[in-house]
Design a protein around this ligand. Structure first.
Ligand code: BTN
Length: 267
């Protein structure tokens, strides 16, 4: 393991977050199975809203659709946020959206890169994946009990180092800019931006979020193929609706609503 990269410094992160919602309970581990799994365990035991689980290394990082998330230790950002929002279950996706927006803006501010969103949960730079979000939640009596938002963001990793577990081309901030970025500063910025968005969402001001999200979407207006566990659908991506579903137009001109799946762009 290469330790020449700067380590995460939870004490500094906490200090700089000051009175942020996310300074309330920062749980840091050098190594754990998955920050999402620990955040869910803590949630079940009553951990407060705003709990952040942050790790240098995951032994069993989880991706969407049962996949793994691979990241070498000490290079990237791997964390999960626990929220207990008073939102309708149908609005959970908006939380994924604002985490994507906060990550994009933080990356832009710190590095000058302009990532785009690949529906539903990925950030891309130049046709390569920079980050992924895994959202997990629990409902109780039809209401949201808690939501765990996990972000894996490739920062100082050179994906060319030959990671065989990644089937699709991945990238990192270092690979795109040639410059090492402080993960501490990036995380602090990201959590600040996320908190602003979160307060907006809680107060019902989400039009702006949808607008920005649609503007940053890589797939809208393009021909796409969506693979879900059930089927493969082709069509033109039209828009994302207020529940985060993707609306596409198939070759007969009919609109279809897609709730989840894997999108490939037909370049
Ligand atoms: C995906 O692209 O499929 C989503 C990847 C999400 C990875 C992050 S890393 C931190 C958090 N903990 C996990 O186990 N997964 C998420």
């Amino acid at each position: 393991m290469n330790h020449s990269f700067h380590h995460l410094q939870p004490d500094i992160i906490l200090k700089k977050l000051e009175r942020s919602l996310f300074a309330a309970n920062l749980v840091f581990r050098k190594s754990l199975d998955s920050t999402n799994s620990l955040a869910k365990d803590l949630a079940e035991k009553g951990a407060p809203e705003g709990t952040v689980v942050l790790a240098e290394e995951q032994r069993a990082g989880k991706g969407r659709m049962g996949r793994r998330w691979f990241s070498p230790g000490y290079r990237n950002l791997l964390f999960s946020i626990l929220l207990r929002p008073n939102l309708h279950p149908e609005q959970i996706f908006v939380l994924t959206m604002i985490l994507a927006l906060a990550a994009i803006e933080a990356v832009k501010e710190r590095t000058g890169l302009s990532p785009m969103i690949k529906w539903p949960n990925d950030l891309y730079v130049a046709r390569k994946k920079l980050a992924g979000i895994l959202t997990e939640f629990s409902l109780k009596e039809g209401a949201v009990e808690y939501v765990v938002l996990g972000l894996g963001l490739n920062v100082n990793w050179n994906p060319d180092e030959g990671e065989k577990e990644i089937s699709r081309p991945g990238t990192s901030i270092l690979a795109e800019t040639g410059i090492e970025t402080s993960r501490n500063d990036l995380l602090i910025e990201l959590l600040r931006l996320f908190e602003d968005y979160y307060l907006k969402v809680l107060s019902g001001r989400i039009d702006d979020v949808y607008k920005k999200w649609n503007e940053l979407s890589l797939i809208l207006g393009r021909e796409v193929e969506i693979e879900s566990p059930k089927e493969k659908i082709q069509g033109k991506a039209l828009r994302i609706d207020h529940h985060g579903a993707l609306i596409i137009q198939d070759h007969t001109g009919k609109e279809k609503k897609i709730l989840s799946g894997d999108v490939s762009l037909r370049f």
